[in-house]
Design a protein around this ligand. Sequence first.
Ligand SMILES: [Zn+2]
Ligand SMILES: [Zn+2]
Length: 178
Amino acid sequence: MELKANRIPDEFRLVVPRGMRLVKRMEQEFLLVESIYCPKGHNLMVDSVRIHGEPSIKLELSVAGQKGLVFVDSFWGSHAKLFSFLPECGEGSHLEGFCPYCHVSLNEEYKCSTDGCDSESSLVLHLPSGSGRVYVCSSLGCPGHVLDVNSLPHEMSQSISGINFFGHGTEDLFGGLE
Ligand SMILES: [Zn+2]
Ligand SMILES: [Zn+2]
């Protein structure tokens, strides 16, 4: 898989929230999640599993009766994931996310705004010091994700949330990682 750049709005450079940073790869700019936590404050970043050369976000996942770990790409808008198990269910299955350390549920009621997705819940991850939250749609394969940062103007928040490296979520679900 190749990372494709999406334009980061110029104004965003000045207001990158804590826990995120801009990085250059192949002359292009990407937004990277650098630290993110469960609601109880456990750091979900792990160095031991790297995706695209960066630490990944470790979550415990339960889907259609199966449970396991998933490692999520920290590049904003990428949907690359490594599963410790092979989900036997299809796209659109409901995911429950948990902190891998304290096992608190990460799911909250939050309607996905992606066209064609009717999911009413999202996995919620917390940026450091309450600076913001990241919502990831709980429907397997849906690319819906939202950056909610209090200090960001609504429009910019929307344009950042709209960044997707792929039109759909599943192309790289089980493979395609370099
Ligand atoms: Zn925790
Ligand atoms: Zn969705």
